[in-house]
Each structure stands twice: as C-alpha cells, then as structure tokens.
Design a protein around this ligand. Structure first.
Ligand SMILES: C[C@@H](c1c[nH]c2ccccc12)[C@H](N)C(=O)O
Length: 389
C-alpha cells in the first residue's frame, strides 16, 4: 500500500478488518468482467460517460496554445466525484453492505455519495463539520433530498479533517453492514489505490479522445489538486507517456503573508501522518496539523493523496500553486470566452495555464481537467466582482 515512501495504513488495529476486507474485494471483484460490465453500463447510462473532450478555439487563439478541456463538469452531479462514489457504492453492494458512510467538507463528495446510494438502494450517512454544515447549506439540502442522513461533527475545527476522523471512528463501530466511501485518492491503503482505479476512467477516455480529435497526445495535462482525486484520474493513463508533462495545481489561498493555504506539495509541506496515510502535510514542526484555506471549498485540505507526493518526489509530475484571484479571473475568462462556467477548484488548473501560456512552447496542446461546474460558486464570484468594481 505504498507509493514510494508515501501511503500505508496508519490506523487503529480495530480498523484493519474492514480495510483488509476492502483490499480483498478490490483484488477479487473490481477486475472481474461482471463488475466491470455493470460499472460500464452505469457510467454510460446513469453518469453520462464518456464526457466530452472540448477544444477552446477562442482562448486558444488568444493564448497561442491549443487548449482542450476534459469535461467532468458534464458528468451526472456536476463533477468527477461520481466516478468514485458510484464505483465504491457498487463494490459495497457486491460485498453485501447495506449502508454507505462518508465524510465531506465542501459537500461535493457528500452529495455524490448520497446520490449513488439512492441509485443503488443503500442507506447513507454523511459526516460533515458543523462549520461546513453552516456554510454549505445548499449541499446539505441536496444530501437530505437524496435520502441521506447528515451528521454534524462538533469536534476540532468542525471542518473536513474532523469529519474524516468522525467517519473513520463510525466505520469501526459499524463495519459489518457499512462501507466507508472515502472522498478522494487519500486515506489509509487501499483507498488511494481504489479511488485512483475508479477515477482513471478520466484519462482512459481522454487519451483515446485526444488521439482521435487531435491526432496526437497532449504536451501537458493540468489538473487541480485538493485531496487529488481528479488529478490522479487525469494523470494515470498518461504516466507511461514520457512526452506528456503532468502538472498538479494546488490552492495558494489569498497569497497574503501569513494567510492559510492548501498547498502542501508546492509550499512548505513536510512528511507526516494524517487520516491513515503518510504523506506531505501542512503542519508545525511538532506535527500539529495547521488550518488550511482556499476560496475553492473542494481544495481546502491540509494534506494530499500519497501517490501525488510520490510523483513529486520522483519528478514524474510537477506541483505548482495559484492564488484565489488567479482562479477567479480564470473562472471569468472561460465563462466569457467559451461559454463554460468552471468550478472554482477547476479554475485553479485553468488559471495556471492562462498565467503561464507565454512560458509554454507556442502551439502546445494542453489538456485541463475541468473537474466540476461552477454554478455552485456564483455567490463567491459575484462577491469578488463587486469588490473589484
Ligand atoms: C475534495 C472533497 C473531499 C472529500 N473528502 C476529502 C478528503 C480529503 C481531501 C478532499 C476531500 C471535498 N473537499 C468535499 O468535501 O466534498
């Protein structure tokens, strides 16, 4: 369960039985033709795959690049999250589980888990920090309308990292009937591997679409990195293609000195253990996890998936970060020039491309993973516009 020095299963002994059961299920059930056929049918006819690979003629002309977008914003639920939640829900059902539980901070993973449970006839309990329940009330309403129970977590800073701790504890207490559907390619082994396998559909489709539509491979694949699930999925099938640069874009927050960020890889992160994994973290020298911040709720996390930490260490991928304003400007650029409204999370990836277009060879073919749609972010964007006016 390691990616170089990173990964592992740093959990209480009590959590080992369900993790071992999940690992065995992953090896036995996931690759089976029966599971793969059933998953392919759901991805086609419920999720709406394959998602488009969209060329951007106006921004390409403006930037002197060939800008392509992998449209995970068009997947059911409005983001890439469903690739993971529907796969884990199907696996849980094959294991005879009757309930899913999950963590969420921004609410996107909670919604994607709740709708997958509804579709597959499973009960669903979502753990969410009390602070997040307050500020993401629309997603709380969506989860409840899909039939999920939302448990408000009052411990710690009452945000995502506390929701994960509460969900892991709940799983220990109820492991026989319940599957924990982890929200990103992080957590204790086998979650980083399982989520990567389920999100790899993004690059599996994109690689074939690029060859068909552009007649070649991309020069560069760019994706935002919070926990890292859309990025690991966008990278995975391109990893063997040495000519394809992989760029992960983290959230730099406001950028003001002393302000919090969510960029353990591209800023001063250090190795440590959190949520069952050894990875790069934003922490004090004594190992106290520091608060994180980003204008994009889905990127707000002080850690990162271990496979990304390993790709940074090996040099296979490069990790950079952009601040809130660069992401907001990218949101406006794509909306105004291409008629597509990107999630603020995805806007970080696009923002890096817009900011660094001159540094890329002219005519480069760049694929940005558009991990989600931006309707959820209208209030934040309008607030930015009124401040800027
Ligand atoms: C990205 C996703 C998420 C869900 N669970 C996570 C664990 C670690 C990092 C990120 C996540 C999002 N923050 C959410 O709360 O739904």
């Amino acid at each position: 369960g390691y990616f170089g020095d990173f990964g592992g299963q740093f959990v209480p002994e009590l959590l080992m039985p369900p993790l071992l059961e999940l690992e065995e299920a992953m090896e036995r059930i996931l690759p089976s033709p029966e599971f793969q056929d059933e998953l392919a049918d759901i991805l086609a006819n419920f999720v709406g795959r394959p998602t488009a690979l969209t060329f951007c003629p106006n921004l390409s002309a403006k930037l002197g690049l060939n800008l392509w977008l992998k449209r995970e914003d068009l997947a059911h639920g409005g983001a890439h999250k469903i690739n993971n939640t529907i796969g884990q829900a199907l696996l849980a059902k094959k294991l005879g589980k009757t309930r899913l539980l999950a963590e969420t901070g921004a609410g996107q993973h909670g919604v994607a888990t709740a709708l997958a449970a509804a579709r597959l006839g499973l009960e669903c309990t979502i753990y969410m920090g009390a602070t997040d329940v307050e500020r993401q009330s629309l997603n709380v309403r969506r989860m409840k309308l899909f039939g999920a129970e939302v448990v408000s977590v009052e411990s710690g800073t009452k945000t995502l990292k506390d929701a994960i701790n509460a969900a892991l504890r709940a799983w220990i207490a109820d492991q026989k009937t319940t599957h924990y559907s982890f929200g990103t390619a992080a957590g204790p082994h086998p979650f980083p591997l399982l989520v990567r396998e389920l999100q790899a559909v993004i690059s599996r489709e994109a690689r074939a679409q690029f060859l068909a539509q552009a007649g070649r491979l991309p020069d560069c694949v760019v994706a935002c990195v919070g926990g890292g699930s859309n990025a690991i999925g966008a990278f995975h099938e391109f990893v063997p293609d040495a000519g394809v640069k992989l760029v992960g874009v983290e959230a730099g927050g406001s950028g003001a000195p002393g302000d919090w960020h969510s960029a353990p890889l591209s800023k001063e992160g250090t190795p440590g253990v959190l949520h069952g994994m050894h990875t790069q973290l934003i922490q004090t020298p004594e190992g106290q996890i520091l608060p994180s911040h980003s204008i994009a709720p889905g990127l707000d996390y002080p850690g990162v998936g271990p496979e990304h930490a390993a790709y940074q260490a090996s040099g296979r991928a490069t990790y950079v970060c952009v601040n809130d304003d660069v992401a907001l400007d990218a949101f406006l650029e794509l909306s105004r020039h291409e008629g597509i409204m990107p999630a603020l999370e995805s806007s970080h990836a696009l923002g890096w491309v817009l900011k660094n277009a001159q540094a890329l060879p002219p005519g480069s073919h760049v694929m940005v993973c558009l991990s989600g749609r931006g309707d959820k972010d209208l209030d934040i964007v309008n607030d930015y516009l009124s401040r800027k006016a």
